[in-house]
Write a protein that binds this ligand. Structure first.
Ligand code: 16G
Ligand code: MG
Length: 546
C-alpha cells in the first residue's frame, strides 16, 4: 500500500462532517470538541509536511486555552518554538475543510506548492491539556502523523509553552536547553534561584505567592516544578484540578474580564496572587488592599515592571542595547505614556494575537511584549545574548555593581521562555524582579495608575463588515463609523476608543478609556450604539451597563 493509500484509508476513521467549515483563528482551530476529530487527524498530516519542509521537529498542541471545558482546539508550533507561519495557516484550512473525497488532492497540492521532498524524515512533538476530550483528540493527531510516515514523541499533558520549549530545544540541538520536562524545570528554576541570590534577605512573607491554576495543566506542572525551586518560592496553589472545573469562575481570563478574584482563593490584605489560564500561556497578578479593594496587575503592568528592570540593569552593566515594549491597542493609555515619557523606551503597537507581537519584538535587541490580557514574554536577539553572556563571564570587571547587573541579566535570559508567553516562566521572572528590586506588590502597582477602561461586545449580522487599520486602532469600513467614534472621543477628557471584530468569537469588541469610570462607561455605551447602527447590529440595542 502506498503512503497516500494509507492516508486515505485512515482518514475514513476520522471522517469530516460534510459541509463543516472551520477557520484557523487567531490561535489555531478552536470549537466544540465534538467537531474536531477530523481536524486533529489532518493537522497531524500537515505537521508531517511542515516538518519535512523545514527539516526540523514541529509541535502540535491540543488545547482550547481559556475556553470552556467542552471546547478544544489545536495549534502548530514552528521550529524555533514560535506559532506556525501565516502562509501555512492557509494550508491548514485547505486540509481541514477538504471533503473526504478530495483530501488527497488537497494534500498533494500542498506538497507540490511547497516542493516538499517526501523522502525527508518527519518528527512531531505532541502535547495536550487536561480536557477530557484531549486524550482522544491527541490520538487522532498521532494517527495523522503516522499515516504519513512521521515519528511521534508524545509529551502527554503539558502546558502549551512547555511544548513550544521542547520544540525549540530539539531544533537548536540542546543550545536552548534539554527537550525534557526535567530540562525545562531545571533551566528555569536554576535561573530563578540565581536571581534570588541577589536578594538574600527576603522574608517568608515575601517568598509567598498564591497561585490560581484555573483547574488546568498549569497547576499540575507547577506542582512538579516546586521541588526544583529550593524553597525560594513558597506557593499556595488553588484551583489545582482536584475538584473544580477547568476555567470555571477561575483562571486569568475570568479575573481579567470580571476584574475580581477567582473563586476558591483565600487572599489576605496585600498578599501577591496570580492566575494562569487553562493552558498556562497567560498570567495576571492581583491583590486586595486594606479597604478590601481588588487591584489587577495585568500584562501592561507586567511589561512595565520587566521593562523598568531591564533598563536599570543595562544602565548599571554599561550595555548599550535597545529595549522596546510591544503592546496592542488594548494596552492602558497610562502604561504607554509611562513607557514612552518616563522610561523612555520605544513602544510599538501591533494587531491583537501573540504572533503579531512576537514578530514585532524580534526587531529589537531586547523586545518585551505583552497583551493586556497577560500573554507575553521577552525576546533577546542573538547579539544581545552574546554581549550579556560575555560580560557576565568577564572576571576582570572590578566594579561590583556592573558585575552583578551583568549576572542578573544573564539569569533573566535563562528564566524566560523566549519561544512563547509562558505563565510559569513569567511568574518566576516577576517574582525574581520583585525580589531583586525589593518591591512589594503595592509598590509595583504604584509605578503608574491605570485609566478607567471598559470592554463591551456587540452582535452584528456579519462581523467582517468592520475592517481596521493602524494596528486595529482605526476603522476603515463601514463608512462613517470611524468619524462617529472620533466625535464621541472628543467629548471626554483623556479618552480613547476603538472597535474591532473578534478573531475568536462571532462578535465585535469595543474598548473605551477616559478620565473617570463614569465617562468611560458613557463613551463605551455611545460607541456600542454607533457600531449597532452603522455595522448591522442584531438583537436588542446595546443598553448602558448601569
Ligand atoms: C487569542 C490569542 C490572544 C488574543 C485573543 C484575542 C494567542 C495564543 N491567543 O486567544 O493573544 O488576545 O485571541 O481574542 O495568540 P479576540 O480576537 O476574540 O479579541
Ligand atoms: Mg492560553
Amino acid at each position: 500500500m502506498t503512503q497516500f493509500e494509507k492516508v486515505f484509508r485512515n482518514s475514513a476513521l476520522h471522517p469530516k462532517p460534510v459541509g463543516l467549515v472551520l477557520q484557523y483563528g487567531t490561535a489555531g482551530f478552536r470549537t466544540n470538541a465534538k467537531e474536531l476529530d477530523h481536524i486533529m487527524f489532518r493537522m497531524g498530516l500537515l505537521a508531517v509536511l511542515r516538518s519535512k519542509k523545514t527539516k526540523a521537529t514541529i509541535g502540535v498542541m491540543v488545547t482550547a486555552s481559556h475556553n470552556p471545558e467542552e471546547d478544544n482546539g489545536v495549534k502548530l508550533v514552528d521550529p524555533m518554538g514560535e506559532m506556525v507561519t501565516p502562509s501555512w495557516e492557509e494550508y491548514s484550512m485547505q486540509l481541514a475543510n477538504a471533503e473526504q473525497d478530495v483530501l488527497l488532492t488537497a494534500l498533494k497540492d500542498v506538497i507540490e506548492k511547497e516542493a516538499i521532498s517526501m523522502d525527508q524524515d518527519a518528527n512531531i512533538f505532541i502535547g495536550k491539556d487536561t480536557r477530557p476530550s484531549s486524550e482522544k483528540l491527541s490520538q487522532a493527531v498521532s494517527d495523522g502523523v503516522m499515516s504519513l510516515g512521521g515519528h511521534v514523541h508524545d509529551y502527554g499533558v503539558v502546558t502549551t509553552p512547555q511544548l513550544h520549549f521542547m520544540v525549540r530545544c530539539q531544533n537548536t540541538q540542546g543550545c536552548y536547553g534539554s527537550p525534557t520536562m526535567e530540562g525545562y524545570y531545571r533551566k528555569l528554576s536554576q535561573a530563578f534561584v540565581q536571581l534570588t541570590k541577589h536578594a538574600p534577605n527576603r522574608t517568608d512573607d515575601q517568598k509567598h505567592l498564591l497561585v490560581d491554576g484555573a483547574n488546568g495543566v498549569g497547576a499540575l506542572r507547577l506542582r512538579d516544578m516546586e521541588r526544583f525551586l529550593q524553597n525560594q518560592l513558597q506557593i499556595s496553589l488553588f484551583n489545582d484540578c482536584r475538584e473544580g472545573k477547568l476555567n470555571f469562575q477561575c483562571g486569568a481570563d475570568y479575573v481579567k474580564v470580571q476584574q475580581k478574584p477567582p473563586q476558591g482563593v483565600e487572599m489576605s490584605v496585600g498578599e501577591r496572587c496570580c492566575s494562569f489560564d487553562g493552558d498556562a500561556d497567560r498570567i495576571v497578578y492581583y491583590y486586595k488592599d486594606s479597604d478590601g479593594c481588588f487591584h489587577l496587575q495585568d500584562g501592561d503592568k507586567i511589561a512595565t515592571l520587566i521593562g523598568t528592570f531591564l533598563k536599570d540593569m543595562l544602565t548599571q552593566a554599561g550595555l548599550d542595547l535597545q529595549v522596546a515594549v510591544v503592546q496592542t491597542a488594548y494596552a492602558n493609555g497610562s502604561s504607554t505614556r509611562y513607557l514612552e515619557d518616563v522610561l523612555k523606551v520605544t513602544v510599538c503597537c501591533t494587531k491583537t494575537g501573540v504572533k503579531h507581537l512576537h514578530h514585532a519584538a524580534q526587531e529589537f535587541d531586547i523586545g518585551v511584549y505583552f497583551e493586556a490580557n497577560g500573554h507575553g514574554t521577552v525576546l533577546f536577539s542573538n547579539a544581545a545574548v552574546h554581549k550579556i553572556e560575555k560580560l557576565a563571564q568577564d572576571s576582570s570587571i572590578k566594579n561590583e555593581k556592573k558585575r552583578t547587573a551583568a549576572q542578573l541579566l544573564h539569569s533573566t535570559i535563562n528564566v524566560i521562555n523566549q519561544a512563547v508567553g509562558d505563565a510559569i516562566s513569567d511568574m518566576l521572572l516577576v517574582e525574581g524582579v520583585l525580589a531583586v528590586q525589593g518591591l512589594s506588590v503595592q509598590q509595583w502597582d504604584a509605578i503608574y495608575s491605570d485609566l478607567p477602561n471598559r470592554q463591551r461586545k456587540i452582535k452584528v449580522a456579519d462581523r467582517r463588515v468592520i475592517t481596521t487599520t493602524d494596528a486595529e486602532r482605526r476603522v476603515v469600513t463601514p463608512p462613517g463609523l470611524q468619524e462617529a467614534v472620533d466625535m464621541l472621543v472628543k467629548k471626554y477628557p483623556q479618552s480613547r476608543a476603538f472597535v474591532r471584530p473578534s478573531g475568536t468569537e462571532d462578535i465585535i469588541r469595543v474598548y473605551a478609556e477616559a478620565d473617570t469610570q463614569e465617562n468611560t462607561d458613557a463613551l463605551a455605551q455611545e460607541v456600542c450604539l454607533a457600531v449597532y447602527r452603522l455595522a448591522g447590529g442584531v438583537g436588542e440595542e446595546p443598553k448602558p451597563l448601569h
